[in-house]
Design a protein around this ligand. Structure first.
Ligand SMILES: [Zn+2]
Ligand SMILES: [Zn+2]
Length: 342
């Protein structure tokens, strides 16, 4: 089968590998579509060191090739895979907090174990979920990043009384905005610095106002967008010093700073306003099984439009070019899918 592999720094190749064979328990999936995630770009960047040899891809859908020990699945069934490393046997997993499980990253699909940027992938048998017939593969492939936004919205307890500032207009910022609006938030403002991302966000009907984060009077504009008031909560979806610190002046006393962006290094953070104004800093990472299933259920019920986030679908062979475009810093793309097979 054809499989991608990280060959070197910012270099991904397609090679020939054996099709994985089930041990009678695990499920083998013939991948139809796989989404490229920001975290994949990060691994690709480190392709000459710790990520060398990885087969990435944790957002994927496909056909069951071998159902393993899943009696409810048969060859040819259409499925989505929950890309989770959760061990199912620790205090967090028992409590349903699978995203807090401390199972090692070596157990994570598309990181330590081969992922969906390949024609076939083998996963633990509790992870695939059957797709309803009317749900297209393409839309379902975006359920994973959607679940990330849903988990953050849940944790923030956002509701109709809340005004929300989303910092960062990538897929996670957009998803957070979508779910916050769905939860009834009275105002959704987005701060974004990239012209193409701003243009995309402006087309989203769940975002009330998009403000240029590069503008000198950005904070004034953010207040004006919210009727002159500070915000009840911020969803920080970038994860760098400037964005983590830069908006505390427009967060209300007692407000919530939801942190979704993952800093890649130690960064200074100004805790003074957080402490004296009794703000909460609340991280949100990944999703629980329940949240993943809720994200899929909302798609299945037609309650959310995930198709709108797919800006390109490219053949598997284009994988290197897709990564180069997404890493260019000037891409028009939000979510790119690779059509792997079928
Ligand atoms: Zn991802
Ligand atoms: Zn666990």
């Amino acid at each position: 089968m054809k499989s991608s592999i990280i060959a070197d720094k910012e270099k991904i190749d397609i090679i020939e590998r054996d099709i994985p064979q089930s041990d009678g328990h695990k499920v083998v999936i013939k991948v139809a579509y796989a989404g490229v995630c920001g975290s994949d770009l990060h691994y690709w960047h480190y392709g000459d060191s710790w990520a060398k040899g990885w087969i990435m891809g944790h957002e994927f859908t496909g056909y069951v090739e071998d159902p393993g020990d899943r009696e409810d699945l048969k060859k040819g069934d259409r499925v989505i895979c929950m890309p989770s490393k959760a061990c199912l046997d620790c205090e967090f997993c028992h409590a349903g907090l699978t995203n807090c499980c401390e199972a090692p990253l070596t157990d994570a699909i598309g990181i330590g174990t081969p992922g969906g940027f390949a024609e076939y992938v083998m996963v633990r048998s509790h992870l695939p979920i059957k797709l309803e017939e009317h749900v297209p593969f393409e839309d379902a492939t975006v359920v994973e990043p959607a679940a990330v936004g849903l988990a953050a919205a849940n944790k923030s307890q956002v509701g109709p009384k809340d005004s929300v500032l989303v910092v960062g207009g990538g897929i996670i910022g957009l998803m957070s905005a979508m779910w916050a609006k769905k939860a009834g938030a009275k105002q959704i403002t987005m701060a974004e610095a990239g012209a193409k991302r701003m243009a995309f966000a402006k087309k989203c009907d769940f975002i009330d106002k998009v403000i240029d984060a590069k503008a000198e009077d950005c904070l004034d504009q953010l207040l004006a967008a919210n009727g002159g008031e500070k915000y009840h909560m911020i969803f920080e979806c970038v994860g760098i010093q400037a964005t983590l610190n830069g908006y505390l002046d427009v967060l209300k006393s007692g407000g919530k700073l939801m942190v979704l962006g993952v800093p890649n290094e130690m960064i200074p953070f100004n805790f003074n306003p957080v402490v004296v104004k009794n703000m909460s800093v609340i991280p949100s990472h990944a999703w629980t099984f329940e949240e993943f299933k809720a994200s899929l259920a909302a798609l299945t019920a037609g309650e959310v439009d995930l198709r709108q986030f797919i800006t390109d679908i490219r053949p598997f062979e284009d994988i290197q070019a897709v990564f180069e475009d997404l890493a260019s810093g000037d891409t028009k793309n939000v979510k790119v899918l690779l059509k792997i097979s079928g």
